[in-house]
Design a protein around this ligand. Structure first.
Ligand SMILES: [Zn+2]
Length: 64
């Protein structure tokens, strides 16, 4: 999955992606993908929608 790298100032494929859960307001639980830029290793972060999170979880499971 791609994310925006602030250092490269462009989209990069997120490497070593990991899904993390964050608590939002009220009972809302949000999921995000964290990882590193393949070019400069800068930490990248992308908020995931419910469907995106499920898709990403499947991909990570496949890759493991
Ligand atoms: Zn970068």
């Amino acid at each position: 999955m791609q994310g925006y790298c602030v250092k490269c100032k462009k989209k990069q494929e997120i490497q070593n992606g990991k899904i993390v859960s964050m608590k939002g307001k009220g009972k809302v639980k949000r999921q995000a993908l964290t990882g590193n830029c393949p070019k400069c290793s800068t930490k990248m972060f992308r908020i995931l929608g419910k469907e995106q999170a499920e898709e990403m979880a499947r991909e990570l499971k496949k890759a493991a």
